[in-house]
Design a binder for this molecule. Structure first.
Ligand SMILES: [Zn+2]
Length: 119
């Protein structure tokens, strides 16, 4: 089975053909261009790889290679439909937001662990 078929591209990058999607993934070596997650490292990673419009389609982003990057689903979701002046700006935003989310998660997870350990 071609890797693009197990990457959920047909659903997640609707306007892209699987061939167009595959070209972007290969160009980026299957690595999330925001957090660096390696889509070839293991099956779980491959499942979350998508192709992202740097300038969202909803904001008139074009379907051209320069505007498309490999992104894991969490980064893609975090980025949402915001508009950025460049991939670098988008990456800075996504990484900062991930860091905030991670801190919040650490707090929640540690109190959840404490609670489950007590029962
Ligand atoms: Zn990512």
């Amino acid at each position: 089975m071609p890797i693009t078929q197990i990457l959920g591209l047909s659903r997640l990058a609707k306007p892209l053909t699987s061939e167009e999607g595959r070209r972007i993934l290969e160009r980026d070596q299957y690595r999330c261009q925001y957090c660096g997650l390696d889509g070839l490292a293991n099956f779980e990673n491959s499942l979350v790889m998508t192709v992202d419009f740097v300038q969202p389609r909803a904001k008139k982003g074009k379907k051209i290679a320069e505007n498309l990057v490999t992104a894991c689903r969490p980064c893609n979701t975090i980025k949402g439909y915001r508009k950025f002046s460049s991939l670098e700006d988008a990456r800075a935003y996504v990484l900062a937001r991930r860091e905030e989310l991670k801190k919040a998660w650490q707090t929640r997870a540690s109190s959840a662990r404490t609670r489950t350990a007590a029962t």
